[in-house]
Design a binder for this molecule. Structure first.
Ligand code: URA
Length: 206
């Protein structure tokens, strides 16, 4: 398990705008989309490539193409906010969905929906903006790993030390890509300082 914290002045500004409680839902969704691009660029660095020769208007060029299929798996509901940038950027991508909700008293994640395409030998990216306790991510990653993908990456906008520890203890070979590791999670299992409830802020449902 390796942790990659994407550090970039623009990503840090986006993070600050996302944290700002006065940021309205439509702007919040747009910022989340922008930050997802930064994270996906890092998360896909290890994608296999294959040669592809093209002709420019001036000469032959020995280029490359992607040599491997990508599957993105947003964890519903907040992970849906990261889906659009993923399909825009990766284009030939399949999408799986895992619906999880946590029991607010025990924080145990319950799966209410799971629809995954063929993951065998694929490069799979699991999307959830908040890696808090890590329980939902852990369950989702276990479901994904059953299908023997080639590589799996976890992509979250912010992560808590506890969530990172949980995934580190459960998986040896799944890197986490995030833009920030925040201080802690509080007694309500929210990341502090965090963004608040990501789904509520993105969809205006508080
Ligand atoms: N989910 C959220 O939306 N926010 C948190 O801080 C933790 C989990």
């Amino acid at each position: 398990m390796s942790l990659h914290v994407v550090e970039h002045p623009l990503a840090n500004k986006i993070l600050t705008d996302l944290r700002d409680e006065t940021t309205k839902a439509s702007r919040f969704r747009e910022l989340g989309k922008q930050l997802t691009y930064f994270l996906l660029i890092e998360a896909t660095r290890g994608l296999k490539t294959k040669p592809r020769n093209v002709r420019t208007p001036l000469a032959e060029f020995d280029g490359t193409d992607l040599g491997q299929s990508v599957v993105v798996v947003p964890i519903l509901r907040a992970g849906l906010t990261m889906l659009q940038p993923a399909v825009e950027m990766l284009q030939d991508v399949s999408v799986g969905y895992i619906g999880m909700e946590r029991d607010e008293t025990t924080a145990v994640a319950r799966t209410y929906y799971c629809k995954l395409p063929n993951l065998n030998d694929k490069f799979v990216i699991v999307l959830d903006p908040m890696l808090a306790t890590g329980r939902s991510a852990e369950s989702a990653l276990e479901m994904v790993m059953e299908h023997e993908p080639d590589k799996v990456a976890m992509v979250s906008m912010i992560a808590s030390p506890e969530g990172i520890r949980r995934l580190e203890n459960s998986f040896t070979n799944i890197p986490i890509y995030t833009a920030a590791v925040d201080e802690r999670i509080n007694e309500h299992r929210f990341i502090v300082p965090g963004f608040g409830d990501f789904g509520d802020r993105a969809y205006g449902t508080d």
